[in-house]
Design a protein around this ligand. Structure first.
Ligand code: AMP
Ligand code: ZN
Length: 478
């Protein structure tokens, strides 16, 4: 297998990847800000990270991935106040929802997943170091980072901030490039706000210091890979670099990998624009986790992806095609030797699949290799030209595919229900009719594996089929 290349936001080039510590890749992932349900834009970034970790693991690396849960920031404090509850109670609910969503999308658990508010001492320690070294200063009970003292500021986001007026400050966690100023490491306690009593004063941490503290605590001063969505490049990641490197004197991150956004009608999917869907929204409409996961994973992470329901339906049918193919490989009676020998063709598809992933996780290229082969083998099977001798190799390619894409196993209807998506199994009448028709079609084509699967899937959603003597089907809800 070939060398792995990643497009590094720092420097803007593809670079060959190898970890700093032999055999182990240390990854930090900015997790969700748990002030609300995550939307599928957020999950585009998280699915990318999952594909990345599955790929690295499948190449024999041990992983240590840390994901944080931002459970204190400006928005959380406001929302918790409005709800009249503490921030812990407020965020607990969204953390549980996020973990459930992760399971449904088959996102592997990072080795370490941690809450920001459990690391206040670690943050305070870094702020103290920054104060000692002259990178930070106090003003009215808050503590700010002095960006003029860190000449590399702007290297990641490729903006020249050298002309910025020293001492001008910004207090909010999220701001634009035009607002680049000394940013808050520690915010003075305001009446009514949640605060911690610490050696650097009563107050709460700024958002950026949270990630520096949790990343370095678990992974050491230098990480192999840091990921997030492109909106985090500035200011969040620029500030993480400034804080971390000024406190340790060592390089913070070797590879920065940023996922492009999920768009809707030409605009970034975001809470503030109101153009978002949560997983629950989509489950309620009868879409399955595997379709959503496939859609989000299918476009390479460095390319924008425009969300449409059409795209989601196509994703569902792509997953269906592969599941059918897998059934055919298992169940169809094939000649011992096919008229065409596929061994070399399959080996080439495997090589192309791997080459796609090695090329900065180019999932589109990897998928094309799989779908091209599936099309050819399906055609050969239809003609009786595909032999048993090639089944194992074709099945191995599917396994390889699924180790990364994780969509072939049936969607867990029971799990959906258990997690409170009871409605998720509830298909509309039209959707049921559609599946019943698909099953009839499969039966006419004598594809009994496919027809049984549809029956099974409907049964899992509580829908019972009854085959009538005249060849029609009656269905009812349990
Ligand atoms: P947040 O909860 O706002 O901190 O965001 C969690 C993750 O989702 C971050 O990595 C963001 O960069 C990412 N993200 C936010 N919106 C989108 C979007 N529309 N498409 C892809 N990723 C996004
Ligand atoms: Zn972060």
């Amino acid at each position: 297998m070939g060398e792995i290349f990643f497009q590094n936001t720092m420097g803007g080039r593809k670079e060959p990847f190898s970890p700093l510590h032999e055999g182990e890749v240390r990854i930090y992932t900015c997790g969700p800000t748990v002030y609300d349900f995550a939307h599928i834009g957020n999950f585009r970034t998280f699915v990318f990270q999952d594909v990345l970790r599955r790929f690295l693991r499948s190449r024999g690396f041990r992983l240590h991935q840390v994901m944080n849960l931002t459970d204190v920031d400006d928005r959380i404090i406001l929302n918790a106040q409005a709800a009249g509850i503490g921030i812990r109670e407020y965020t607990d609910r969204y953390i549980q929802a996020f973990l459930q969503d992760m399971r449904l999308l088959r996102l592997e658990m990072p080795e370490t997943i941690v809450r920001a508010t459990d690391h206040i001492d670690d943050m305070v320690a870094i702020v103290r170091t920054l104060l000692d070294r002259g990178y930070a200063y106090q003003s009215e009970g808050s503590i700010y980072y002095r960006i003029a003292k860190f000449p590399a500021y702007g290297r990641l986001s490729k903006v020249n901030f050298s002309g910025i007026q020293a001492g001008a400050r910004v207090d909010v966690d999220r701001y634009e490039k035009d607002d680049a100023r000394d940013f808050a490491l520690w915010k003075a306690h305001k009446p009514g706000e949640h605060f911690w009593h610490t050696p650097i004063g009563d107050g709460r941490p700024g958002w950026h210091i949270e990630c520096s503290a949790m990343a370095m605590k678990y992974l050491g001063p230098t990480l192999d890979i840091h990921t997030g969505g492109v909106d985090l490049v500035f200011p969040h990641h620029e500030n993480e670099i400034a804080q971390s490197e000024a406190s340790t004197g060592q390089p913070f991150v070797r590879f920065w990998l940023h996922a492009e956004h999920l768009f809707v009608n030409g605009e970034k999917m975001s809470k503030s624009l109101g153009n978002f869907y949560t997983l629950r929204d989509l489950f309620q409409r009868g879409y399955r986790p595997s379709s959503i996961r496939f859609l989000l994973a299918s476009v390479p992470y460095r390319r924008q992806l425009n969300f449409t329901f059409d795209g989601l339906v196509q994703a569902a049918s792509a997953v269906e095609r592969l599941r059918n193919f897998s059934d055919r490989l298992r169940n169809e009676s094939l000649p011992e030797q096919g008229a065409v020998v596929f061994a070399e063709r399959i080996a080439n598809a495997v090589a192309e699949f791997e080459a796609g992933l090695e090329d900065d996780v180019n999932t589109a290229r990897a998928l094309a290799a799989v779908f091209d082969l599936v099309r050819e083998v399906n055609t050969a099977m239809d003609r009786g030209e595909f032999g048993r001798a090639d089944v194992a190799a074709a099945a191995a390619l599917l396994d390889r595919f699924d180790a990364i894409f994780a969509v072939l196993a049936p969607d867990a209807a029971a799990l959906l229900a258990e997690l409170g998506y009871a409605e998720a199994g509830g298909l509309s009448d039209a959707e049921i009719e559609e599946r019943v028709a698909a099953r009839q079609q499969a039966r006419r084509q004598r594809d009994f594996a496919a027809s049984d699967r549809i029956r099974q899937e409907l049964a899992e959603r509580g829908i019972i089929l009854e085959d009538l003597k005249d060849g029609t089907v009656r269905w009812k809800r349990k």
